[in-house]
Design a protein around this ligand. Structure first.
Ligand code: ASP
Length: 334
């Protein structure tokens, strides 16, 4: 919180015209926001905990577990496989004290988000990957289960394998508006990404976030995207706000995407503007390339204000609070 003395100091430094935090005291809490329309039931699950005055860390884990259970095409054991036909899962979780845990390339474990939380709570580490992550999960009582590709994922993989063209582009949802550099990935228009990222603030005003995904469809075996990387797919700073992302992970990693969003909020930008600034960084780096891909950021600040921004049309997000329960359409740059 900026006090008067600090404000005057900034003023005397000639910085009074920068985007200072506003002084409104209305805080919207509890609240949960999540990527995509698939976030609606995820939010509902998180809401059960938030509305009972539960902790945001429990709420985001419950939301992520819900979608990991649901044989979604892009999250959990039903998700799209890599190009070798193997489903590998990425997830991370972060609480209001900057405790965090993550898994990358985890196979045959149904709830990567809970493994991430276990790493956070019981080890001195943040991230375990591949076989080591699986071994840790098994040692901690998570059962081994074979991946069972959802119907969508099976069909998409069968179709992809006919040509096996290695072009790990994230599809852009509205192909008609894509412009010349936007090759659709799936000919039938089905999505090849749908990472679940969610951020919640509980009645105590504490923020937490979680991300879970099977990552980019048909990736090289071993590829890890932004989703499990703290500061890329998820970042929480309980003094400022939190952010998550979906889209081409490599582009998000390059700019430490969600950390960047939170830093913009720290400098007084609204969640939507902060997301926009991060999107601009990606686009400005290589506009031609950016026109071929999608990245969306979603953020919330400590007042429970939220916003999103994407490179392209098509990014949507879900919000649940005492005031609303709905899907919002993100603004976009190109
Ligand atoms: N960000 C994810 C990744 O690069 C993809 C997604 O959003 O679905 O793995």
């Amino acid at each position: 919180m900026m006090n008067r003395k600090k404000f005057l100091q900034l003023g005397s430094m000639g910085l009074a015209s920068i985007n200072l935090p506003s002084f409104s005291t209305t805080i919207q809490k509890p609240i949960v926001i999540s990527t995509w329309d698939s976030g609606m039931p995820v939010n509902a699950e998180a809401w059960k905990i938030l509305s009972a005055n539960g902790k945001s860390i429990d709420a985001v884990e419950a939301g992520a577990m819900y979608i990991e259970d649901s044989l979604n095409c892009c999250v959990g054991l039903g998700g799209h496989p890599d190009r070798d036909g193997i489903v590998t899962l990425d997830a991370c979780i972060m609480d209001e004290k900057a405790n965090c845990g993550a898994v990358g390339g985890l196979e045959q474990i149904k709830h990567p988000i809970s493994v991430a939380r276990k790493i956070m709570e019981t080890t001195p580490h943040v991230m375990l990957v591949g076989q080591g992550a699986q071994q840790f999960a098994l040692e901690n009582g998570f059962p081994k289960e074979p991946a069972k590709l959802s119907e969508d994922a099976t069909n998409a993989y069968k179709k992809w394998i006919e040509k096996s063209k290695y072009q790990p582009e994230i599809n852009i949802e509205n192909k008609k508006n894509n412009g010349p550099f936007a090759p659709p990935f799936f000919e039938d228009g089905s999505p090849n990404h749908d990472t679940m990222g969610l951020v919640a603030m509980d009645t105590n005003g504490d923020l937490s976030g979680a991300v879970t995904t099977s990552g980019m469809a048909f990736k090289i075996h071993g590829r890890v995207g932004d989703s499990p990387i703290i500061g890329a797919g998820l970042f929480v700073d309980n003094e400022i706000g939190a952010a998550t992302s979906s889209g081409v992970g490599e582009e998000v990693i390059r700019i430490c995407g969600t950390h960047t969003v939170v830093e913009y909020m720290r400098h007084g930008y609204s969640p939507e503007k902060a997301c926009k600034k991060a999107v601009e960084r990606i686009v400005n780096r290589d506009p031609k390339k950016a026109a071929t891909l999608q990245v969306g950021f979603l953020a919330m600040n400590k007042k429970g204000e939220y916003g999103a921004y994407a490179i392209q049309k098509g990014f949507v997000f879900s919000v649940k609070s005492n005031n609303e329960n709905k899907i919002h359409t993100s603004k976009y740059l190109i």
